[in-house]
Design a binder for this molecule. Structure first.
Ligand SMILES: *Cc1c(COP(=O)(O)O)cnc(C)c1O
Length: 424
């Protein structure tokens, strides 16, 4: 078992005096070191930029740390664009990779000068109708269909995914866009999710680079960037070996030198849009055991539930759990660790072997930095938790307060009932 929390029981007991559980806590040091490693791994590519996928974690304090490390923002909705813009992320440092995009979102993206990444052929016309003259720089999302395989098997099923242009549409689309005055082109593809292998990006890169060479030949367009998007995974399981971003960077470089450089396209910039890899391991959901239940199974009831972390409930995803202060004890008790929603899928762990848990124990649920808080919702009228930042100097900063009933009821403020609610 190799998963060690970045906080100790002593630290958490101190923190809960000010901020009660549940909360997500993030590790600034880990975020920075990883972001620097990403930058180094791709430093061989002159225009390289990581556009952090804001949907993975939309906390401005965390996005700001990544910005300081040179990252831009990858947005997929109006509010994500608004946030990035309000944070002062400028123009082409914002990538807008959306799908089924409403007109007002295109309008806004265009207004703030974000790079628009079109998800579909029909959106060429839709975008033109919406904003008038097309921007000078545009990107298209590619979906070659079929299955995405690496040497050890099928990784994902792009043929079933709703995203992107087909190969034919991509060639046709680039021709049309060129005629309509677009000068700088980008190609984007996201073909597999949470890939825990160093081979994903290099294999994806080869596909995209080969298409880029063909596109340039057949349509004469000027391809200025290729966006490898997200999909680089993290080891959620304790016995899984994680990705090595340096090996990944070198793998992509090899393909770049093999395919693009001989075609005279060695000045293409590479972009990534990682979310999970940038933030996932650097977040913990900290929760307190508040009940134990002995029926047909042994249950531990926590003060967190699926609204704080949805992945186990919707994907059956594994998230490792550490009982703080009992790191060295044997895992000789089998538990379902559950939240309080009226949904039987609200289980952080099923049949998990853990040390004996007592009421009041603090549990760390690992790898909640990406697609954790941001996937939150309010089912059962449950409120979203606070988010805390463990800074490099060891101090703790509140970077989002917990929701209150007042927040929850705010959208009813146009009704009389709002006045009658006890909101103080
Ligand atoms: C979700 C998403 C990402 C980030 O994916 P991760 O797996 O978190 O790295 C990047 N780009 C697009 C378009 C996405 O939808």
């Amino acid at each position: 078992m190799s998963k060690v929390p970045f906080v100790t029981k002593e630290q958490i007991e101190e923190i809960v005096k000010t901020y009660p559980t549940p909360f997500h806590i993030y590790d600034e040091k880990g975020i920075r070191e990883n972001a620097e490693a990403v930058k180094e791994a791709f430093a061989w590519n002159k225009g390289f930029k990581e556009y952090f996928a804001v949907k993975a974690n939309a906390n401005p304090s965390l996005i700001n740390i990544l910005r300081e490390c040179g990252c831009g923002c990858d947005c997929s909705s109006l509010t994500e664009l608004m946030l990035s813009n309000a944070m002062g992320v400028a123009g082409e440092d914002i990538m807008f990779s959306s799908n089924e995009t409403p007109a007002e979102e295109y309008e806004y993206a265009n207004k703030i000068g974000a790079i628009i990444n079109l998800d579909d052929f029909t959106h060429i016309e839709y975008l033109e109708k919406t904003i008038g003259k097309l921007p000078e720089t545009l990107s298209c999302r590619y979906n070659p269909g079929g299955v995405f395989t690496i040497s050890n098997g099928i990784m994902d099923n792009p043929g079933d995914a709703k995203y992107g242009f087909t190969t034919e549409q991509l060639f046709e689309g680039f021709k049309i866009l060129k005629e309509k005055g677009v000068r700088n082109f980008g190609i984007h593809a996201f073909l597999a999710s949470n890939t825990v292998t160093n081979d994903y990006y290099p294999i994806l890169a080869r596909q995209l680079f080969e298409v880029a060479v063909q596109l340039q030949k057949e349509t004469g367009v000027n391809i200025t960037f290729i966006n490898l998007s997200g999909g680089v995974g993290i080891p959620y399981q304790p016995d899984q070996e994680g990705n090595d971003i340096h090996v990944i960077g070198e793998g992509v470089r090899k393909v770049f030198e093999e395919v693009l450089v001989p075609a005279g396209m060695g000045d293409i910039a590479l972009y990534t849009e990682m979310g999970r890899f940038m933030m996932g391991p650097y977040g913990h959901l900290v929760t307190t055991a508040i009940h134990e239940k002995h029926t047909h199974k042994e249950y531990i009831g926590c003060d967190a539930c699926a609204v704080n972390l949805m992945r186990p409930a919707i994907y059956g995803a594994y998230h490792h759990i550490t009982v703080l202060g009992k790191e060295e004890e044997t895992c000789d008790h089998k538990y379902d660790v559950v939240g309080s929603l009226c949904e039987n899928c609200d289980k952080f762990a099923i049949d998990r072997m853990l040390p004996e848990i007592e009421i009041g124990d603090r549990l760390v649920i690992h790898d909640t930095g990406a697609h954790g808080f941001s996937m939150g919702y309010n089912y059962n009228g449950k409120l979203k938790s606070a988010e805390l930042l463990l800074k490099e100097d060891g101090s703790v900063q509140l970077i989002r307060r917990a929701e209150t009933p007042k927040d929850y009821f705010a959208t009813l403020d146009c009704f009389d009932i709002y006045q009658k609610l006890d909101l103080n």
